[in-house]
Design a protein. Structure first.
Length: 338
């Protein structure tokens, strides 16, 4: 495989985290591993001739480019089974040889957290060169709506956008790629602050207190949510669901928010729209889990956590367990202290 060429957009930078505000000594082990780390930097990588699957995996010379696969344990699948499936069943689409194509997504980019904290920072680093490229994006409902809306809001304007359809396999003559800027769940704080400033520019801020409900979700929800929300109401915390909100609505709502409470999940990502210096409370299981701590701290919010009682041994991350929140203990440890 021919070696790719890199152009540095942003160098690696060290990151030092603040500990959670309400850290218990016995929970130090849950955060210590990522109290300090270095980002990976941002580069734009020239792949030249390549094939791209609709879940953003790249093949060159018949070989999978491993860095375009989300996790290492998926590489073997994409190396053989996925490639065979695409070659046998997908409609092969040859893109215009005279245009330059940019890929910044992966198989997880169609989610709120992964789009705003991973895909969008990449696009932000290349915004001044955006008109050089046609952007390749997965054809998901989220990316077509909130994803495109975020690009328009930030003024990141590409020559064109192609939405990659599930039943197709794309042959590209001149492909460019931006790999991860930081390890999974980690952030480049400067980039997150710049995005936050762009989203909140001209917004007045406020003292709105919000709990994000996942009542409609199939998994990872608060099992005693009705009792919890009654208690939250006593502290002036409003319960909302973000399922049917446009990105513009979310920006307006959370720009006025000073306290955000929610179970581990996409709703907490909306702290990126809060004015700096807010409070974020993550309801979680007692396990290593860094993403929303990193995100909140990168935006200068105060991060609190509370370990609920899980209904299974499965991790809370992904489509795992749900939680019960002991109301009196939560009130004493969290609500009375913020």
């Amino acid at each position: 495989m021919k070696r790719s060429r890199d152009v540095l957009l942003r160098p690696p930078v060290p990151v030092d985290r603040r500990w959670p505000v309400n850290l218990k000594v016995e929970d130090t082990e849950l955060f210590r591993d990522e109290i300090s780390y270095s980002t990976l930097g941002s580069v734009i990588r020239s792949f030249g001739k390549a094939w791209v699957s609709p879940d953003s995996v790249v093949y060159k010379g018949g070989l999978v480019v491993a860095e375009t696969v989300v996790t290492k344990d998926q590489v073997s699948y994409y190396r053989l089974r996925h490639l065979a499936k695409k070659l046998l069943t997908a409609r092969r689409v040859r893109l215009n040889d005279r245009r330059k194509y940019l890929l910044i997504t992966d198989a997880w980019s169609g989610g709120h957290f992964h789009w705003l904290t991973e895909a969008l920072p990449k696009l932000w680093t290349v915004r001044e060169r955006a008109r050089e490229f046609v952007l390749l994006l997965p054809d998901s409902s989220y990316v077509r709506t909130a994803g495109v809306e975020s690009l328009n809001f930030l003024g990141v304007d590409f020559e064109d956008i192609i939405f990659m359809k599930e039943a197709e396999f794309y042959k590209v003559n001149d492909l460019y790629y931006i790999p991860r800027i930081a390890d999974l769940g980690c952030t480049d704080d400067t980039l997150m602050k710049e995005l936050n400033a762009a989203f909140t520019s001209g917004k007045a801020g406020g003292n709105h207190k919000i709990y994000i409900s996942r009542e409609k979700a199939r998994a990872r929800k608060v099992l005693n949510e009705a009792t919890l929300t009654e208690k939250l109401k006593e502290y002036g915390i409003e319960t909302i669901s973000t399922d049917d909100l446009s990105l513009a609505n979310e920006i307006d709502i959370f720009a006025r928010c000073s306290l955000l409470v929610g179970i581990h999940g996409a709703g907490l990502t909306n702290c990126i729209f809060m004015q700096p210096g807010g409070n974020v409370v993550e309801l979680r299981k007692r396990e290593k889990n860094y993403g929303y701590w990193h995100l909140a701290d990168s935006l200068d919010h105060k991060y609190y956590y509370y370990h609920g009682i899980a209904d299974s041994d499965a991790s809370l991350i992904g489509s795992g367990s749900s939680l019960t929140v002991p109301i009196e203990d939560f009130e004493r440890r969290i609500l009375r202290t913020i």
